[in-house]
Design a protein around this ligand. Structure first.
Ligand code: EPU
Length: 420
C-alpha cells in the first residue's frame, strides 16, 4: 500500500489545471449504457473510481477505449446485466448503472452497495423512484433485481431526510429518458454534475428540461444515440487546491475552474480572509493574513458541499478563534477529526457538529486516511504542519483526486509517494 510523506511548511506557488469532475464523469459513463452507438467523453479524470466503473461497464458488455483524458464507450453486447458485489462494494457510485440498465434492457441486477466509511448510505429513494416509473423491484441474495417491459413516465418526489439524492436523481433521470410519456422529478438534486449529465443525455437525443433546478421534466423518447461530450471541471478538487493555497500562505492559479459551480465555497473562503481573484478564465487564490474563524453548515447544492467539509475544517484548525461546522448531509462524516487531533488540532465533536478552536500550528505525525475527502484534509494538514507527516492508506485519495501528489509537487510542495 502506498503512503504520502510530506515535509510541511512550503508555500505553494504556480498554476494547476483542475481535472474533470469525478462525480459528473461517473453517471455520464453509466449513461452510455442507454445509447445505440459509441460516445466519446473528454476531460475524464485519471482516478481509480473511473477505472472501477470502466471495469464494471466492461462486465456489462460495454467496450471502453481510453486515451489520456478521453474514452470511447460503446455497448458491444447486452447479455450480462448483473453488476456484481465484488466491484459494487468498492464503489457506491456503481448504483448509477441501475437506471440505464433497466430502461434499456428491461432487466437489471445490481448488488446493494451497503454502508461505507462516511455512514449509512441507503438507496431507498432510488428504488422508490424506479418503482414509480413502473419497475418491479425485488431483493435477491443482496442484489436489487429490477424488471420492467417499458418504464412509464410519472411524477416523482426525490426528497429525503437529508435533502435530495444526487445519484438518485441521475438514476431516475437516465431511466426516464427511455420511458413512455413524461416524467416530472420534484426535489431533484441541483448539483452541477446532474446538469452535466442532462446536457450529455440531451446530446444523445433525450428531451430533458429544468436540470440544475429542483424540478426536472423528461419527455421519454424511443432511443438514444452516441455523442461527444466534455466533462465539467471538478469543483471539489478546485476547492481542495484553494484550501491548499490558503493554508500555505501561497499564491496558486487554478486554470479550468468553474467558480460559478462553487459560489458557496468562494463566498465562505473570502469571508475568512482568503483572496480569490478571477484571472483570464481561471482564478488566483492567495492569503496574506491569518484566517478568521467561521460557522458553516453543509447543504445540498448550491449550499456548502459536504465533499469539502473536511478540507475546510483543516483550514479552520489554524484560524484565529472558534469555528463551528455542522454536517447536514452525512452526520457521521468526521473520520478526519481524530487524525487531525494527532497533529495538534483542537476539535470537539458533538453529534453532527464539530467545534474547532484555532491553534497557532499543526505538527507532522503519522496519520491514516479513512475516506476520500478525509484523506485530502490530512494532505492539507501535512502541507501546513511543522515537520514530517506520513499518511497511510492513500488509495482512498486515489479514488477521486488525479495525481494529487504530482500536482502539489509542481506547486512547490515537498510530498512523495512511497510504497509502505
Ligand atoms: N439518501 C437517502 N436515501 C437514498 C439516497 C440518499 O436517505 O436513497 C441520503 C444519504 O444517506 C445522504 C443524502 O441522502 O444523507 C444525500 O445522499 P446522495 O444520494 O445525494 O449521495 P450520493 O448520490 O450517494 C453523491 C456523491 C458524493 C457526495 C454526495 C452528496 C457521487 C458519485 N457521489 O453521493 O460524493 O458526498 O452526493 O453531495 O456523485 C465524494 O465524492 O467524496 C462523495 C462521497
Amino acid at each position: 500500500m502506498d503512503q504520502f510523506i510530506i515535509q510541511g511548511g512550503r508555500r505553494l506557488r504556480g498554476e494547476v489545471a483542475v481535472s474533470g469532475a469525478k462525480n459528473a464523469a461517473l453517471p455520464i459513463m453509466a449513461a452510455c449504457l442507454l445509447a445505440d452507438g459509441p460516445s466519446k467523453l473528454t476531460g475524464l479524470p485519471d482516478v481509480a473510481d473511473v477505472k472501477t466503473l470502466s471495469s464494471l461497464l466492461g462486465e456489462l458488455g460495454v467496450k471502453a477505449d481510453h486515451h489520456d483524458d478521453t474514452v470511447e464507450l460503446e455497448v458491444a453486447g447486452e447479455n450480462d446485466s448483473h453488476a456484481r458485489y465484488d466491484l459494487v462494494c468498492t464503489m457506491r457510485a456503481s448504483i448509477c448503472v441501475l437506471g440505464p440498465l433497466l430502461a434499456k434492457r428491461g432487466y437489471a441486477r445490481v448488488a446493494m452497495p451497503g454502508g461505507c466509511a462516511i455512514g449509512s448510505r441507503p438507496i431507498d429513494i432510488h428504488l422508490r423512484g424506479l418503482e414509480a416509473l413502473g419497475a418491479q423491484i425485488d431483493l435477491k441474495s443482496g442484489d436489487v433485481v429490477a424488471k420492467a417491459k417499458r418504464l412509464k413516465g410519472a411524477e416523482i418526489f426525490l426528497g429525503g431526510p437529508f435533502g435530495s439524492t444526487v445519484t438518485g436523481t441521475a438514476n431516475i433521470m437516465m431511466a426516464a429518458t427511455l420511458a413512455e410519456g413524461t416524467t416530472v422529478i420534484e426535489s431533484a438534486a441541483c448539483e452541477p454534475g446532474v446538469q452535466d449529465l442532462a446536457d450529455f443525455l440531451n446530446k444523445m437525443g433525450a428531451k430533458i428540461t429544468g436540470a440544475g433546478s429542483p424540478r426536472i421534466t423528461i419527455e421519454g423518447v424511443e432511443n438514444l444515440h452516441g455523442t461527444t461530450h466534455q466533462i465539467i471541471p471538478d469543483r471539489i478538487e478546485a476547492g481542495t487546491f484553494m484550501v491548499a493555497s490558503a493554508i500555505t500562505n501561497g499564491e496558486v492559479k487554478l486554470s479550468q475552474v468553474r467558480l460559478d459551480h462553487m459560489m458557496a465555497v468562494v463566498d465562505k473562503l473570502r469571508q475568512i480572509g482568503v483572496i480569490i481573484e478571477k484571472d483570464n478564465g481561471g482564478a488566483v487564490i492567495s492569503s496574506r493574513r491569518r484566517i478568521s474563524a467561521t460557522d458553516v453548515t453543509t447543504q445540498p447544492y448550491p449550499g456548502f458541499p459536504t465533499d469539502l467539509q473536511a478540507q475546510l475544517m483543516t483550514l479552520l484548525c489554524l484560524a484565529g478563534g472558534n469555528s463551528v461546522i455542522t454536517e447536514k448531509i452525512y452526520p457521521d462524516r468526521f473520520l478526519h477529526v481524530s487524525e487531525l487531533a494527532r497533529m495538534g488540532a483542537n476539535i470537539r465533536k458533538e453529534g453532527p457538529t464539530a467545534i474547532i478552536t484555532g491553534v497557532k500550528r499543526l505538527v507532522g505525525a503519522p496519520v491514516m486516511a479513512g475516506d476520500l475527502r478525509a484523506s485530502a484534509a490530512l494532505v492539507l494538514a501535512g502541507l501546513a504542519a511543522e515537520g514530517t507527516t506520513t499518511i497511510s492508506r492513500v488509495y482512498h485519495i486515489d479514488r477521486g483526486y488525479e495525481h494529487i501528489e504530482t500536482k502539489l509537487a509542481a506547486l512547490g510542495a515537498d510530498i512523495k509517494r512511497v510504497n509502505e
